[in-house]
Design a protein around this ligand. Structure first.
Ligand SMILES: Cc1cc2nc3c(=O)[nH]c(=O)nc-3n(C[C@H](O)[C@H](O)[C@H](O)COP(=O)(O)OP(=O)(O)OC[C@H]3O[C@@H](n4cnc5c(N)ncnc54)[C@H](O)[C@@H]3O)c2cc1C
Length: 492
């Protein structure tokens, strides 16, 4: 790889931007990261508020298992993650069904014994997929070199790879039907709930291959990150600096300067201007289009977004509710037909005994639910009153559902802050506050890092394979591979 002295500017210090930046810096590139906020991490940051340290969005460390994307990244960069595996990934609660999701899937098999064959198939598939993704995935393929690389990996995985083929274009509901599980409404509800938080859609639409790896999380392992999930971003930023790069905060990039297909520089809202050989944009395609003043790709007035945003409550709480459980993470599912909009919530509490996350005797809790962003922007347009009322209504809805399983929740809450899609837009720069990545419905209609600019690549959860720490790290490796390819072509 010929990357030495390549001048790389990264827009955004989310996990995608930092991972790509850190890998390039470790190979000798001159990396500068420009981050609009005062700290790194974006959706996977940990922020301070009123004596608490809250995880902004992501709360579960995944991909840190041996051979997982985070573990390999740590090895490549010489980072020892402050990550420890949890015995139980999270507890699932729907009506009287309470399941601890653990590596042996004991509770799940006990409650749904007829699902055993399904899980065994899922395990075979995910094992193969984890090994295929080791060291990065050349997908979406661009040219014979990518196809040869994929074929090489697949051949090493044979005969498992052939087994995979039948799922490549199946949805999960068909897969469940092949095990006569599609008519068990409690099981489908369980699977839908797992898929919505991981592949951003439910069994009817989710691609089976994407789902196989997403459903593996409690087996491959959920990890607690000491200090909060934001410690991952801090360590990646430190790695860039250690390798001669810079991570600059309070630098909001507000303009990309280009001539035809070539970006030559960037401008920030405080008046700085930077030249770049390569730009990595840790942005959604819409946010990039807005920066590049690209009116072809800019439907910013479209409120019918197919992507999700999140409504999140940051609660300061008494920890008793959690100390009685075997995990700090709980997924609570309501009875309404749909799972989003407060009908399912994911609750994560800072570990008891971890100092620095909350005032003495309390814990920092993040509660999130999927929401469509359009209604929030409409409410805002109607005026402050309508927006405040919508926020109040969602707060009550979330607390009602939480209380359904834990009746004393309201009394345990000591402080509360709410984040809406507008907060997410303001905080992450993502147009419409669309967070969580794209719905993983097909392996063939995915976006790669390439853009209409020859020297600007996307990183982050808008590109394949999508959301989560291991997801964006895998995507970042693909961007690094393309940058290296371009650099060696130029020199050659
Ligand atoms: C509620 C919620 C819960 C989640 N739970 C989990 C979980 O438990 N486990 C997990 O692995 N994943 C989880 N995820 C997904 C995970 O957090 C994301 O997929 C991942 O963190 C996204 O990273 P990214 O690289 O796309 O960057 P982002 O997080 O979007 O970061 C982009 C960065 O770029 C900066 N930026 C944007 N525009 C500009 C600009 N113009 N100039 C300068 N800087 C700019 C932003 O400030 C931000 O810091 C969750 C996500 C959400 C929203």
């Amino acid at each position: 790889m010929e990357l030495k002295e390549l001048n790389v500017v990264v827009i955004g210090a989310g996990i995608g931007g930092l991972a790509a930046g850190a890998l390039l810096a470790s190979k000798g590139a001159l990396v500068t990261v420009l981050e609009a906020q005062e700290y790194p991490g974006g959706c996977a940051a940990t922020f301070s508020r009123n004596g608490y340290r809250f995880d902004a969005g992501a709360t579960i460390g995944c991909g840190f298992h041996s051979g997982g994307p985070m573990e390999i990244l740590g090895r490549d960069l010489g980072i020892v993650w402050p990550a420890s595996p949890e015995a139980v990934a999270w507890q699932y609660r729907h009506k009287a069904i309470h399941l601890d999701l653990a590596p042996d899937r004991f509770d799940i098999i006990k409650r749904f014994p007829h699902s055993k064959a399904f899980w065994s198939e899922q395990a075979t598939l995910s094992k193969l997929l984890w090994s295929l993704s080791e060291g990065g995935l050349s997908w979406p393929a661009k040219g014979p070199r990518d196809l040869a690389r994929l074929a090489g990996k697949a051949l090493r995985g044979l005969p498992g790879t052939l087994h995979l083929l039948k799922y490549i274009s199946s949805n999960v509901l068909d897969w469940l039907a092949s095990h006569s599980l599609d008519t068990d409404s409690d099981f489908v509800r369980f699977i839908d709930s797992q898929l919505l938080i991981s592949v951003q859609t439910t069994a009817r639409h989710a691609n089976a291959v994407n789902a196989a790896i997403a459903l593996d999380l409690p087996v491959s392992g959920a990890y607690t990150i000491r200090g909060g999930i934001g410690a991952v971003a801090d360590l990646l930023a430190a790695s860039i600096v250690k390798n001669g790069g810079a991570v600059l905060y309070g630098k909001n990039v507000n303009r990309i300067d280009s001539v035809q297909r070539q970006v030559f520089g960037l401008e920030t809202s405080d008046g700085s201007a930077l030249a770049a050989d390569i730009v990595l944009a840790n942005l959604t395609p819409l946010s990039l289009a807005r920066l590049a003043e690209d009116d072809i790709e800019l439907p910013v007035t479209n409120i019918e977004s197919k992507e999700w945003s999140a409504f999140v409550l940051y609660l300061g709480m008494d920890p008793e509710l959690f100390t009685a459980l075997s995990t700090n993470h709980i997924q609570v599912i309501g009875d309404g037909e749909e799972l989003a909009e407060g009908n399912s919530i994911f609750v994560s509490a800072s570990p008891t005994g971890e100092t620095g996350r909350a005032p003495e005797g309390l814990c920092a809790v993040t509660v999130s639910t999927h929401t469509r962003p359009g209604q929030w922007f409409e409410a805002r347009k109607s005026g402050e009153g309508a927006y405040t009322e919508l926020k109040r209504c969602y707060t009550e809805r979330v607390l009602d559902l939480f209380s359904l399983q834990f009746p004393s929740v309201r009394e345990a809450v000591r402080s509360m802050t709410a984040a809406t899609p507008l907060s997410w837009e303001r905080y992450t720069g993502r147009v419409m506050g669309c967070v969580g990545g794209y719905p993983q419905t097909s392996l063939f209609k995915v976006r790669g890092p390439r853009t209409r600019f020859d020297n600007l690549f996307l990183v982050g959860d808008s590109i394949f394979p999508g959301q989560s720490l291991p997801g964006v790290v895998t995507g970042a490796r693909r961007a690094v591979e393309l940058v290296a390819r371009q650099a060696s072509k130029k020199r050659g």
